[in-house]
Ligand binder design. Structure first.
Ligand code: PBG
Ligand code: MG
Length: 328
């Protein structure tokens, strides 16, 4: 034998010397769920160890994240049922929960990069990301509201808006409205390759935002989110979003879509984020609870694999936990 690959694996010193991918807290963005009220830290049933916070406790959480080296949060709000309609009225309320959450985080920690979810589903009485008419999720009227929503988040102080709706043309509409209102420095992180995935279930529990089961309401999001069978389409979607003005593009979910991450890494030259979604979190929790998997090892292996595939950073419910593991 002229080549023996095991030489480079002899001990941890040589392994660390030749290691190709590393995760650090710099790579993590923490999604946060916000609710009305005060003193609330409410565990999400299908996401053990993950919580919804009221604004007062959100501040502590953000400070703890920062102290662990996590420099960005992705905000989601749980909207009260009585505020939901078919037009996203509450989404553009300048004093809405999201707008107050943005201010709360920026007042507590101005350096924390605040990104905000832009989509109508938490605000929709039907649990869809856009306006519905005659059983159809309308594109252009939804884009109009989504652009106003993005502006409203920028006005509240968001650093980046993160449209997760998958309507066509929304990035251009958002970039335009932000420019017209002089928010030149407000960025856009586009969920550009977002798949119609069954892994979003626990998230929809967290926000009570699942599509409702009713006549003339689409049962799923397949007319706007991507078909899990498709690969070329992810490149097409992502290149279009970059043309329209996206600063950062995203692949979502993570683990099942790492081929897409690598395709994008080879085809685009803007930062790529990967969303390790709620179902990916819950699967690990459930298996670990049964004693079937080594929780910490699996968490770090998955985050490392996402990084190796080509992610520049990862939105993950393990952000805080993994940052603590890395401190040890
Ligand atoms: N547009 C809403 C949105 N933004 C992020 C997620 C899922 C995130 C997760 O599962 O962790 C969803 C759910 C959906 O599209 O139905
Ligand atoms: Mg698109």
């Amino acid at each position: 034998m002229l080549k023996r690959n095991r030489r480079l694996r002899t001990n941890e010193a040589i392994r660390s010397l030749v290691r190709e991918s590393l995760v650090t807290p710099d790579d993590f963005q923490a999604p946060l769920f916000v609710v009305e009220g005060s003193g609330i830290k409410q565990e999400i049933a299908s996401m053990p160890g993950y919580y919804r916070y009221s604004l007062d406790l959100l501040k502590n959480e953000v400070q703890e994240l920062w102290s662990l080296g996590i420099k960005s949060v992705l905000l989601f709000v749980k909207v009260e049922a009585k505020l939901k309609d078919n037009r996203g009225t509450e989404a553009i309320n300048p004093n809405g929960l999201m707008q107050r959450a943005i201010k709360a985080v920026k007042e507590t920690l101005p350096e924390m990069i605040v990104m905000t979810d832009v989509a109508l589903d938490p605000y929709s009485e039907f649990g869809h990301d856009g306006i519905i008419e005659n059983g159809e999720v309308l594109n252009d009227p939804s884009v109009e509201v989504l652009a106003k929503m993005a502006l409203s988040h920028a006005e509240a102080g968001a650093d980046f808006v993160a449209p997760s709706d998958m309507m066509d043309g929304r990035i251009l509409a958002m970039r335009n409205i932000l420019e017209q209102n002089s928010f030149f420095n407000t960025g856009i992180m586009s969920y550009s390759a977002k798949y119609a995935s069954a892994f979003y279930g626990p998230f929809r529990d967290a926000l009570d935002s699942a599509p409702v089961d009713a006549q003339d309401i689409p049962k799923d999001k397949k007319t706007y989110q991507m078909d899990p069978s498709n690969r070329d389409e992810a490149i097409r979607e992502t290149l279009m979003d970059i043309d329209e003005g996206a600063d950062i593009v995203m692949v979502k979910p993570g683990l099942c879509y790492l081929d897409i991450v690598r395709d994008l890494k080879n085809n685009v030259n803007v930062p790529i984020s990967v969303y390790q979604v709620s179902g990916e979190y819950s699967m690990i929790k459930a298996a670990a609870e049964k004693g079937w998997l080594d929780h910490d090892a699996v968490v770090m292996e998955q985050l490392t694999a996402i990084k190796r595939a080509g992610a520049d950073f990862i939105s993950t419910y393990f952000a805080k936990y993994a940052a603590k593991l890395l401190q040890r």
